[in-house]
Every structure is written in C-alpha cells, then in structure tokens.
Design a protein around this ligand. Structure first.
Ligand SMILES: [Zn+2]
Length: 473
C-alpha cells in the first residue's frame, strides 16, 4: 500500500473536529503519550489507553510514517510518595517494582515499545529550568508556602483544550495537589516546597528544597525529546483537565509557540456497565484477568475493537467473543498453509483490493476499527468459503497469508502463528497416526489421537491433508 498521508483524519480535542493529519516534517510523526504513574499495577482502563496509542502508532507506521514515540513514567508524584511510605521502602525501590511490572504487562499485550521512556526523577533539572523560564516571563510566582505556582490568569488561552470558563475565578486561589476537578480550576503547583510528609523525597535546586508537580513533568520531558512543537499528544479523557490543559499553559507560555498540533483522547472504560472501582468489586488489572485464564490476545483484541472515542463496556461475555474472533483469524492462517486447490483468479484480486480499501479507509477515518474489523471478517468468511470449495491455489493462499500478516502488523492479535512449530514428539505421533489411518487401523489411529489431545493438540482430517491445531486453554 502506498503512503497517502493526506487521507488520514483525526478528531482533535483542541478543535472538537476531525482534521486532516499533516505532520510537521513530511513522512515523520513525533508523538507523546502520558505513561503510567508507577504506584500500582496498571488496570485494564489504563491498558485501553495504551492499546489505542499502540494501534495509532502501528497504523501511522503501516501508512509509511517514521514515528518517534515518547512515553513517560511518572515515578514521583503524590501517589508514588504515599505508596512508598505506606510500604516503608525508598521511592525508587517502590517505583522500580511497578515500572518493571508495567513493561512485562505491555509485552504480554504485544504493545510495541516506545522509543523513549523518560522517568520524571531523571529529568528534574529540565523541569527546574522550565519553571525558571516561567518565573522570568511572569507566569509563575512563589506562594507563602515557598512552592512555585502557575498564575493561570496570566495565560489568556487557559482553558482552550478543556473549554472551561475561568472568568469567575478568584485570582490567587491555589491548589497544591496533582489531581483536581474542573470546578477547582486555579493556580497550580509547578514546584512543591518540601514538607515533612514528603520524607526523604526532595531535590535541592535553585528553586529551593522540594519536588516537581506532576504537570510540569510531562511538559519538560515531551519537549526534551520531541522539540517545542510536536505532532500528536494522547491520553485518556480524564487527562484533558487539569493535566493536559496545564501542560499547554506551561509549555506555550515558556516557548511562545504552539505546543501540540493534534490532541487525541480515548474515552473511559466501564466494567459490566459500571465505572471500574475497587469499591464496586469490578476492578481488574491485566494480571487479574490472566489469573482467571483469559488469553492476552483476546484481551488485546477486545480492548482494541471498540472505537477509542466511544465508551467501552468490558464484559466477560465480550472477552469470550473476542477469543473466538482471534481464533477465527489464527485458524484461517493455519488453513492457508495447507491449501492447494484450483485457482480462483480475478475473484481473489477483487476480494483483496476490496478489503484493503475498506480497511484502510476506515482506519484513516480517525481509526474507525469497527468498520475496519467488519471488512476484515467479511474477507475471512469469503476466503474460508473458497477453501471449503477447494477454489484457492497454493500461490493465492500465500498471497492471502501475507495480506493477513500485514493487517496483523497493525492489529497484533495473531502474531504467534508463524512461530508455532510442532514439538518433534507430537510430529512423530501425527505421522504414526496418519500411517495407521492409511492402513485402516482405526483403533491405533484413535489411540494416537487421544495421546495428542492429552498434549493439547487437536488433529482434524480433511479430504486432502491432516491438519492440527493447538487446543485453546
Ligand atoms: Zn502526562
């Protein structure tokens, strides 16, 4: 497929409209996605965001862009400090544990790694420099508690992302916590002066003894790796205010330039129709689902398969359906390896160009996965029908196989098919069983089938060949 970059459109939270995507440098995309706060295992709501971002990145790459992706790790903030104190261990030991868990979980879900994973604690100097610039330019001031605050009434565009109105605000009202609600919009902390509750966590800097606020972390780290203006910034809708609003205020006041061109936000995840919360008993980390025996590929598929701007309702029923959808794809891949029928010719070319067109147009349209997946499964059904009718040649099967492998570069849900090789023992049993069948020794053939089943391998006899597949757990 050729690069048709002008056809990609994204819904930009900044303008509340779909816009044609035009990168700053032709053929290149620089994107920043707010990463995990490493104070706990990431939950499936977090992974919905990370998977949407993975799909976005994979689609841009599929369309021929070179993507530079930065995802930060928030390893110092109100939550991480509180967590480390509760466990009576140093902050670094506490956050290293959850950072490692995050990388393991991301790999389990087949999320492509970012190019950079900057940690907040390793970029405090950049944050201090940025805050100094804001003080010099008159956007920041020291409060009576010695913390440094951002004066939101000095930045006329404050509210442009979240569309909040701030006229009614009392000047000088201040908030020191990292997270707060829209109705509490007020001057927020850039640098938090040390208090005894911070314990061992502080830096001695030109701004005094203290630590950075959460919002300044992302401004400093994104601009450090991607420049003062970059293409795409993502996060969940709950990041729009105050986090991303504050990032814009900090960055644009400091540089005088536009910070980000396209803001993309994914909607919330519900579980069984309700907001996910520990107190509702419907709170799941990835590890909780794996412990219940759920397959990572099915979880990935499920969390990807609803458009990112729609609320998504996670159910175990949905997870079962996702599991069959993934199996349908993987099974077709396996069937294609054994195909050796008559050629269907022109008809296949038509089917292929149709699915390529539908899939690409849908994905270009703000990652419309609902339509993209529907066209893919129509194609899967049609190809299965052709195989059933023995109307697909070996060369045509190879063509379909590489097409599906190409789609899977975007979806990442089939993956292991090529790596799936038979252990020698199983392979010998399959041959022995085949011999027994040819000799019409049904008893031995059946015994061998049972033996293979015990190894988790299902054999199926078709007219042409014996096929096998792994039994799903
Ligand atoms: Zn962030």
């Amino acid at each position: 497929m050729t690069t048709k970059q002008s056809t990609i459109r994204f819904f930009n939270t900044l303008t509340r409209q779909k816009e044609t995507f035009t990168p700053i440098s032709q053929g290149e995309v620089r994107m920043y996605t707010c990463g995990p706060t490493v104070y706990d295992y990431a939950h499936i709501g977090n992974f919905r965001a990370f998977l949407f971002e993975d799909l976005l990145k994979r689609w841009l790459k599929f369309r021929g862009f070179k993507v530079t992706h930065v995802m930060n790790l928030t390893d110092v903030d109100d939550k991480t400090i509180k967590g480390s104190q509760t466990q009576h261990i140093p902050l670094k030991r506490y956050t290293d544990f959850y950072a490692k868990a995050f990388f393991e979980d991301a790999a389990t879900l087949n999320i492509e790694p970012a190019d950079y994973y900057p940690r907040a604690t390793e970029h405090v100097q950049e944050m201090v420099t940025l805050i100094q610039t804001l003080i010099q330019k008159g956007y920041a001031y020291k409060g009576e508690d010695n913390s440094i605050y951002y004066a939101i009434n000095k930045f006329p565009n404050y509210g442009k992302l979240s569309k909040i109105q701030i006229q009614q605000l009392k000047t000088g009202a201040r908030v020191k916590t990292d997270e707060y609600a829209k109705e509490e919009a007020q001057d927020f902390a850039l640098w938090k002066a040390w208090t005894p509750e911070d314990g061992e966590v502080y830096w001695e800097t030109e701004l005094g003894k203290g630590r950075p606020g959460w919002h300044i972390e992302c401004s400093a780290m994104s601009m450090r790796y991607l420049g003062e203006t970059f293409d795409i910034h993502c996060g969940g809708v709950d990041n729009i205010f105050p986090h991303h609003e504050n990032e814009i205020a900090q960055s644009e006041a400091a540089t005088g330039k536009r910070f980000v061109n396209y803001w993309l936000h994914n909607e919330h995840l519900l579980v069984e129709g309700k907001r996910m919360a520990k107190r509702y008993g419907n709170y799941y980390t990835l590890r909780d689902l794996l412990a219940k025996g759920c397959a990572p590929k099915a979880i990935r598929y499920l969390l990807l398969s609803t458009h990112y701007r729609q609320q998504f309702n996670f159910t175990f029923e949905g997870l079962e359906a996702a599991k069959s959808a993934v199996e349908r794809l993987a099974n077709l891949m396996r069937r294609l390896r054994d195909v050796n029928g008559e050629s269907i010719g022109e008809k296949l070319t038509q089917l292929i160009s149709q699915v390529e067109k539908c899939f690409s147009e849908a994905m270009d349209d703000d990652l419309n996965v609902n339509v993209a997946f529907a066209s893919l499964f129509d194609f899967v059904r049609d190809v299965n029908n052709l195989i059933d009718a023995n109307k697909l040649s070996k060369a045509e099967a190879e063509q379909v196989y590489s097409l599906l492998a190409g789609f899977d570069k975007v979806l990442g849900v089939i993956g292991e098919v090529e790596a799936e090789v038979l252990a020698l023992e199983a392979s010998l049993l399959i041959s022995a069983r085949d011999e027994a069948r040819k000799a019409k020794d049904w008893k031995t053939a059946d015994e061998l089938r049972q033996k293979l089943k015990a190894m988790g391998i299902i054999v199926e006899d078709t007219a042409q060949v014996v096929r096998w597949r792994r039994e799903k757990p």
